[in-house]
Write a protein that binds this ligand. Structure first.
Ligand code: 4AD
Ligand code: MG
Length: 461
């Protein structure tokens, strides 16, 4: 071990090779009179390797065990393929069966529905589509670090277990070691003093508050990690566990924030096009015929910018009968988001300066007394891809807002401290990694862009 050369490397060979080994899983086998053809795939790239086993070769003795799904190692010569489908093929001298695959292997057919594949998430990475998706996911994770590291941002590991609610939306999962069958009580209430941390603890909904403290020390930082929300919305765009990229930079305002988000999205789309062309083409061919045009649009146009107030006016003047009437002060619904980005602007659009009453406590208050310096980036097909803001850096304004919203300033003492000692203007945003993957591939359901989706009433593995 390791057995063999990754198939992606064999595909790139520049000359014939007399002795190679390739290991992988059998996608299919076709028997002709003189030989058998095996499509071998090891997940290193989309395309499999054609293994040819002559009926006269000693390798042929094992052929009946070379069934769909089996793990095998083929040894032989890499030679130019007479077939039009591939440049190279492996003429096998020996086949070793590492793991047989009986007839009830669920991936016998070439194509299966996404719904069915979700029920066998432990096997779906063996299909072309999910292999391509998870390779893209891996490459784009790398690209995110590339983007920020190339711009002097430092990667901060923010905590997963937290004592504070960043978004204040009450959508947090509890973390406890208390015995749920016998919860300790004091004065009629749960006694968290005897819990693991001696206080209430939750899974984080965002790394922002923690990363802000490092921002006001290191100027340019980001975090990229899993976040958890117990919102009970069974939509194609929400999950209980998702990954978020959150940059935070000092001496910056809302306009800088939008410029950074636009640069980042353009960088990631260009990266995927350049580095993941083969995998991306699968999505353009089989999933979303308009994918290429949409990605071109990202690369070749400046994103639009519109204030929330102007956006509401546009929606009201649209003549559309929306299910939810657009009204100043209300959040934008998916139908509003899509009208703005797909029909009115026909490109990604930042909606900025939102009513303060529907946004989080940390956003910077504008002078008009009713809006905050917040932005959402809306993109075609997805709607909200990014949410961010300039942060409230004025200690007294922030403390007053925390009180107004019914929170306890003492719970945020460390956050308020950063405004007391050397406060500075700063801004940041959060980009949902799964929504980015939906956007880049055209896949319509968020459950299909992460290996193991977590949604209400669904927790396998
Ligand atoms: O708009 P949100 O809630 O912003 C924040 O959490 C800020 N603290 C970010 C920041 O400024 N540092 O979430 C940011 C993004 C959304 O735009 C969306 O793409 C994604 O996270 N998101 C979800 N993705 C999947 N499932 C969910 N339940 C999501 N909730 C938010
Ligand atoms: Mg948001």
């Amino acid at each position: 071990m390791p057995i063999g050369t990754p198939i992606v490397e064999l595909q790139r060979a520049t000359k014939e090779l007399s002795e190679v080994k390739a290991a992988g899983w059998v996608r299919s086998r076709r028997d002709a009179k003189e030989c058998s053809f095996v499509d071998l795939n090891d997940g290193s790239c989309l395309k499999g390797l054609q293994v040819v086993v002559d009926a006269t070769s000693p390798a042929h003795a094992a052929i009946r065990h070379v069934t769909t799904g089996a793990a095998i190692v083929a040894t032989g010569a890499l030679v130019a393929s007479p077939g039009a489908e591939q440049r190279w093929e492996l003429r096998a001298r020996a086949i070793e069966i590492l793991g047989a695959s009986p007839e009830d292997y669920p991936l016998q057919k070439k194509r299966h529905s996404d719904e069915f594949l979700r029920t066998i998430a432990h096997l779906r990475a063996r299909t072309n589509k999910y292999g391509a998706m998870f390779r893209l996911r891996s490459r784009l994770s790398h690209a995110i670090h590339d983007f920020f590291q190339g711009r002097g941002f430092h990667y901060i590991h923010t905590p997963i277990i937290t004592g504070s609610d960043c978004e204040g939306a009450g959508e947090m999962f509890r973390v406890t070691t208390l015995d749920l069958a016998n919860v300790p009580k004091a004065a009629g209430r749960i006694d968290f003093a005897s819990d693991f941390f001696g206080r209430e603890a939750h899974l984080t909904v965002s790394g922002q508050l923690a990363v802000e403290t490092c921002c006001l020390a290191m100027s340019r930082v980001y975090t990229f990690g899993p976040t958890f929300r117990s919102e009970n919305s069974n939509t194609s765009r929400h999950m209980a566990e998702f990954w978020m990229i959150e940059p935070e930079f000092a001496f910056a305002d809302l306009a800088d924030d939008m410029a950074l988000a636009e640069d980042m999205l353009k960088f990631l789309v260009a990266y995927a096009r350049r580095e993941c062309a083969e995998d991306l083409e699968l999505f353009a061919r089989f999933v979303d015929p308009e994918l290429d045009a949409r990605l071109d649009l990202v690369l070749n146009t400046d994103f639009a910018r519109v204030s929330y107030t102007a956006a509401i006016e546009l929606l009201q003047a649209s003549g559309r009968s929306f299910e939810f009437k657009p009204e100043w002060g209300a959040d934008l619904q998916a139908e509003h988001e899509r009208y703005l980005t797909e029909e009115y602007f026909e490109r990604p659009v930042f909606v900025h300066d939102w009513p303060r009453d529907i946004k989080a406590f940390y956003m910077r208050q504008n002078d008009d007394g009713r809006t905050v310096a917040a932005m959402d980036l809306l993109v075609p097909r997805i709607g909200e891809l990014v949410g961010g803001s300039q942060r409230e850096e004025r200690h007294d304004v922030l403390e007053t807002r925390i009180r107004e919203l019914g929170f306890e300033p003492a719970d945020y003492w460390w956050y308020l401290d950063t405004r007391k000692f050397g406060t500075a203007p700063h801004a940041g945003f959060g980009l949902g990694f799964e929504r980015l993957l939906m956007f880049v591939t055209g896949v319509g359901n968020i459950r299909d862009v992460i290996p193991f989706p977590r949604t209400p009433k669904h927790l396998e593995f």
